[in-house]
Design a protein. Structure first.
Length: 110
């Protein structure tokens, strides 16, 4: 299918469903769905904080106000809070995928 830029602007591609990103289930309504959403969000927050932790491994912290064991502790706390903040603002999409899988596995377990 050959398309030019003006056809793309006109929205010709919107007729096809988005095949890359599956549909996200609506807002959780039952206690089971709320629990599944919470678990998925927590997992994504932990994943992001671990990713941030691994990114800062090689950063030097020496200097007049740097270094020491307390800086490592506070950096871990900062990474944890950053992970939660990123997840609360939409995250990287991992939470939605995990939420869908949790709901699928709960349907099978019934």
């Amino acid at each position: 299918m050959d398309m030019n830029y003006s056809q793309l602007q006109a929205g010709v591609l919107q007729e096809k469903p988005n095949q890359i990103r599956p549909e996200i289930p609506g807002e959780p309504k039952t206690a089971r769905e709320i629990s599944a959403r919470h678990a998925a969000d927590e997992f994504e927050a932990i994943f992001i904080s671990q990713m941030l932790k691994s990114m800062s491994v090689g950063v030097k912290t020496d200097g007049p106000f740097g270094g020491g064991q307390s800086e490592e502790i506070y950096r871990d706390l900062m990474n944890e809070q950053l992970g939660k903040a990123v997840t609360s603002k939409g995250g990287v999409g991992l939470s939605d995928a995990i939420y869908r899988e949790i709901l699928k596995s709960q349907e099978v377990a019934k």
